[in-house]
Design a protein around this ligand. Structure first.
Ligand code: PLP
Length: 228
């Protein structure tokens, strides 16, 4: 077996064991392979091994790889910070956006979603306590943002996303993910998606209700950002 297929099988094991430990159906936890900085060939190989969904953080890099993989029926997720001047290409070339944290970006994505494409699936990124990236809307502002985004015609609000502070403390991991789940529950809208959990904390995220785990390093190996 190649390394990628090996890694995929370990991740699937971790997801299955995590779901079982939490009394959840493993099929309710979906794998988003985070392929930023990784070549199209690696995505192709994982697709052959059964992965459908890929997450990218950098628009230009993603568009290049999408062109190289145009023959494959992949589902593309944008998960990185979004500047206004990137919304048009994101609206045109992605199926999901996990990192929407302000109304202006959501409005532009809705306006710029091409006619004839399904509504763009949206997760709102929330800055749960100590979120490492500092991106995300403040919990107190979430209800107003949710209400406004839910009214936009070409978006489909699916749920919430967070990137908590990295920690090895399982209790701290679960506390951050529980906060996101409770925020979602408090909305009372029956949203079906919680995008949370990465290579180092997916078990804690699954225990707290994750429906997408976003896995980069544990699938593709360490990222090399070059010597620039
Ligand atoms: C890079 C990234 C990931 C993957 O992180 P790993 O620790 O490599 O699994 C997940 N989510 C987001 C938003 C990322 O930017």
């Amino acid at each position: 077996m190649s390394t990628l297929a090996d890694n995929l099988s370990s991740i699937r094991d971790r997801i299955n064991r995590g779901a079982q430990a939490a009394g959840r159906n493993p099929a309710d936890v979906r794998l988003l392979a985070v392929s930023k900085t990784k070549p199209a060939a690696a995505i192709r190989e994982l697709h052959v091994a059964g992965v459908q969904d890929f997450g990218e953080n950098y628009l230009q890099e993603a568009l290049t790889k999408q062109q190289q993989l145009i023959d494959l029926p992949l589902t593309w997720h944008f998960i990185g910070p979004i500047q206004s001047n990137k919304t048009k290409a994101i609206a045109e070339h992605f199926d999901w956006v996990h990192s929407v944290d302000r109304l202006k970006i959501a409005q532009r994505l809705s306006e710029q979603r091409p006619v004839g494409l399904a509504p763009l699936n949206i997760c709102l990124q929330v800055n749960v306590s100590g979120e490492a990236s500092k991106a995300g809307c403040a919990p107190a502002q979430l209800p107003a943002l949710v209400e406004a985004v839910a009214a936009l015609p070409n978006l489909r609000l699916r749920g919430l996303m967070a990137i908590p502070e990295p920690t090895d403390d399982r209790n701290a991991q679960e506390a951050a993910f529980a906060q996101l789940r409770q925020l979602q529950d408090a909305l009372g809208l029956g949203l079906d998606t919680l995008s949370m959990g990465m290579s180092h904390d997916l078990e804690a995220a699954i225990a707290q209700g994750a429906t997408w785990v976003r896995i980069g390093t544990a699938l593709f190996g360490a990222r090399d950002y070059g010597n620039a």
